[in-house]
Ligand binder design. Structure first.
Ligand code: SF4
Length: 382
């Protein structure tokens, strides 16, 4: 038996062997992993997959977040970002204001804009199309990643009044390059009813991503953990993501976020913030379970950069982006910085013993503007 295997407790050794052999773990394996508090064993197993897929490289993207408006017709219980028009913290940027922010970002070399907002009750369809067109015109090489699945449904059903597929095609023609993974939360319907009543169901979230992938496009997937969900509900969430990835191969990466209780509604405010231990465990189990995902991201906005860097040895191979201006988690009470510099990201990665590499939206490794390594297999399943 190898030295590494001796460090794995007996109860987890069958899972370790499966991962070594490239075999997929089951839902009950994942629950066993979640039940373990042997973080080093979980990290060791997760790193087998992490290193098989990505070697010693850890990536980040130089990107810019934009929230065009937080005005929203829903009122998810966990959300401190959404507002009614009359609320003091409501905001709406004009198209010109968004363009100016992005123009400023481009002077720093950003390669991606990541843009989401609330479900705005009155902005017309032309506003969204003009926004994308003007951003595209700023720099055709700039990648426009925008809108969560629930925003896409809102645009399709209430704004454009068209099928989701037609709406996505129209947005793509205006410049949309990828949709974001937000809004997945936890797929279990009973949990959704308590944290985001009225939001789209799991099936509806997955349908938007399925259609986007069928159009030959890619997206990311997320999970909001550390609130009222249990481990079985997390496994159910991961199972549905793994299932869609088996169908389409359209997800580029998986990004779990820890719930921020401070800005939540009173019924959720008492929940303690997920511990560092739980956050690392969740990342490691996700890495092991999602064997068909190439990349697992530690979201420094919610973890803090030091813990996100530690996660690079617990299955994670990506630290997300420089961001420039994060609002959603900070309105909810996050105390991390609102942005990171490239040098801070690279320093954190080096300190974790990994090799830093800037990436583009597809996780292709880049140096300045040149693609230096081929992407993972981008072929989508038909
Ligand atoms: S999470 Fe999104 S959909 Fe829900 S209230 Fe907040 S902005 Fe609106």
């Amino acid at each position: 038996m190898s030295f590494a295997a001796k460090l794995i407790p007996l109860s987890l050794r069958p899972i370790y062997e499966k991962v070594l052999e490239g075999e997929r773990i089951t839902d009950s394996d994942a629950e066993l992993l979640y039940a373990s508090n042997d973080l080093n064993a979980l990290g060791s197993i997760a790193n087998i997959l992490r290193e098989r897929k990505n070697g010693n490289v850890a990536t980040y993207i130089h990107n810019q977040y934009i929230n065009y408006s937080n005005v929203c017709i829903l009122a998810c219980q966990f959300c401190a970002f959404g507002a009614r028009k009359r609320d003091a913290h409501a905001f709406e940027l004009s198209i010109d204001e968004v363009v100016e922010k992005v123009r400023a970002g481009l002077t720093t070399g950003i390669t991606e804009v990541h843009m989401v907002g609330g479900l705005h009750p009155t902005l017309p369809g032309d506003w969204y199309l003009e926004l994308l067109t003007k951003l595209r015109a700023l720099d055709p090489a700039l990648f426009l990643k925008a809108f969560t699945a629930v925003e896409i449904r809102h645009l399709a059903e209430r704004v454009f009044r068209k099928p989701i597929r037609d709406t996505l095609v129209m947005l793509r023609e205006a410049g949309l390059g990828a949709i974001t993974g937000g809004g997945a939360e936890i797929f279990d319907p009973a949990v959704r009813d308590k944290i985001c009543r009225g939001k789209e169901s799991a099936e509806e979230w997955l349908e938007v991503h399925r259609i986007w992938h069928e159009l030959g496009m890619r997206s990311t997937a997320t999970m909001l953990f550390g609130h009222i969900e249990n481990h079985a509900q997390r496994v159910d969430h991961l199972r549905r993501l793994r299932g869609l990835q088996d169908e389409t191969n359209g997800f580029t990466g998986f990004i779990p976020f820890a719930f921020e209780p401070e800005g939540a509604r009173p019924e959720l405010k008492h929940i303690p913030y997920a511990t560092a231990h739980e956050a690392l465990k969740n990342l490691a189990v996700s890495r092991i379970y999602l064997d068909n995902f190439d990349h697992i991201t530690a979201y420094w906005v919610s973890l803090g950069l030091p813990l996100a860097a530690v996660a690079l040895n617990y299955g994670v191979d990506d630290l997300h982006g420089t961001i420039r201006e994060e609002k959603i988690f900070h309105m909810a009470g996050a105390t991390t910085p609102q942005a990171q510099t490239i040098s801070a990201m690279e320093k954190a990665i080096r300190e974790a013993g990994r090799e830093p590499m800037q990436r583009d939206t597809w996780y292709r490794r880049i140096s300045s503007t040149a693609v230096v390594a081929q992407p993972p297999e981008l072929a989508l399943k038909s």
